[in-house]
Design a protein around this ligand. Structure first.
Ligand SMILES: Cc1cc2nc3c(=O)[nH]c(=O)nc-3n(C[C@H](O)[C@H](O)[C@H](O)COP(=O)(O)OP(=O)(O)OC[C@H]3O[C@@H](n4cnc5c(N)ncnc54)[C@H](O)[C@@H]3O)c2cc1C
Length: 368
């Protein structure tokens, strides 16, 4: 039976980052069920490098987003990953939102994001022309990244360290015995076993399903999973956006915001909709809601230029309230060598390297 120090399940941006970092010190394999890496959430997002503004102080999201942002900019420069520190404008569209904007700035400060600046009317008009805003805040550290190239760079780092990426290989189950895991994998119809000391479950929307097939893990450690769809409309034609533009956040997301990709394509979204099945089909019927939300900050929107684009799905752990990333190690579930990552929604892309370093620390502490 093949043996490996660490098996990472899931080649999304988080699993690949973890595999890239862990492979510096140990024999590492990352497996992916599909023929391509990153086909789920990691290629269905806004590709924004978040500053770390919104998250509750001391939450994993706040800590790992702020740390991850710095690590990501450095990594992108070093590995020539296309990235642009384009900045974003947060806008209050009426008097009642001003207080919310001030509390976001205070929240950001608590999280160590100290570079936000209130914009004068003149600066606001210059950075966000045509926008309906009573006041605005500038976030200079927000950026955009090519998520596919980022994942490729993690893969390159993994192979430079002698680690392996194996596609078309599905995690089926794991049996824990005498300090190691006997893992059953499937390649097509064929099943085979492998042993590993460390098993990292980074399966994103499938993390709960994988966890439920690890025999030693008590079911009460597996949180519920709720699919929360977020879809986008792209905008064809000329537009005035030079930076990303965000309205005030909503309960489950950041509000239907305006982002640009590295080719300059403008898109709006994502919205939030809880769904029962994993289904990436975008829904044209959402258009009136998009038009209404966008017109609140961009009244001149020509809605005929909005085109249905793509969807992503957030792995929510609860239907109400804010939730944090859940990264479970030995101290949570008592199984040496097992790390489960649940609920890695936004800002998981931004935080990917910081998550990877946290997991590496947990693995190395367990090794000692
Ligand atoms: C709409 C939306 C917008 C977002 N925007 C941003 C943003 O702008 N900035 C930001 O920082 N974050 C953003 N995020 C969050 C970010 O995209 C995610 O946190 C990140 O992509 C999660 O990566 P992952 O590797 O955990 O999951 P995934 O990308 O889902 O990867 C998990 C992988 O595991 C594989 N897998 C699952 N089960 C098995 C199995 N049994 N065997 C083998 N392989 C398996 C899957 O096929 C998949 O490839 C957004 C998310 C959404 C939904």
């Amino acid at each position: 039976m093949e043996q490996v120090d660490t098996l990472v399940v899931g080649a999304g941006v988080v699993g690949l980052a973890i595999a890239a970092i862990l492979s510096e010190h140990q024999d590492t394999i990352v497996i992916e069920q599909h023929s391509q890496f990153g086909e789920h959430t990691s290629s269905r997002n806004s590709e924004v490098i978040h500053a770390g503004i919104y998250y509750p102080q001391n939450s994993l999201k706040a800590q790992l987003c702020v740390a991850g942002k710095g690590l990501l900019y450095t990594h992108c420069q070093r590995y020539h990953v296309p990235v642009q520190q384009i900045g974003k404008v947060l806008v209050a569209t009426n008097e009642s939102e001003i207080e919310k904007l001030h509390s976001l700035v205070a929240q950001a400060n608590n999280n160590g994001v100290t570079d936000l600046q209130f914009l004068s009317t003149c600066q606001l008009r210059e950075r966000a022309p045509e926008m309906n805003a009573v006041t605005g805040v500038w976030s200079p550290s927000t950026g955009i990244v090519d998520s596919h190239q980022l994942m490729l760079s993690y893969l390159n780092k993994l192979s430079q360290h002698g680690g392996h990426y194996v596609n078309n290989t599905r995690f089926i189950k794991a049996h824990f015995e005498e300090g190691h895991f006997v893992v059953t994998l499937a390649c097509g119809e064929e099943e085979f076993n492998l042993t590993c000391k460390h098993l990292i479950n980074a399966a994103g929307l499938f993390a709960q399903a994988c966890a439920s097939n690890i025999d030693a893990l008590a079911t009460h450690h597996i949180p519920p999973l709720h699919y929360c769809k977020g879809q986008y409309f792209s905008y064809q034609g000329r537009h005035p956006f030079k930076h990303l533009l965000y309205p005030m956040p909503e309960q489950h997301g950041l509000g239907i915001h305006a982002t640009l990709d590295l080719a300059g394509q403008l898109k709006f979204g994502p919205d939030t909709e809880f769904i029962e099945q994993l289904d990436y089909t975008p829904n044209e019927q959402a258009k009136p809601r998009f038009v209404e939300a966008i017109k609140r900050y961009w009244p001149k929107l020509d809605s005929t230029r909005l085109q249905l684009s793509y969807c992503g799905i957030r792995p929510k752990l609860q239907l109400q309230g804010s939730q944090d990333f859940v990264i479970q190690d030995y101290h949570h579930h008592g199984i040496k060598g097992l790390i489960n990552l649940f609920g890695i929604e936004s800002p998981g892309l931004t935080a990917s390297l910081a998550i990877a370093h946290k997991v590496a620390k947990q693995v190395n502490l367990e090794r000692e």
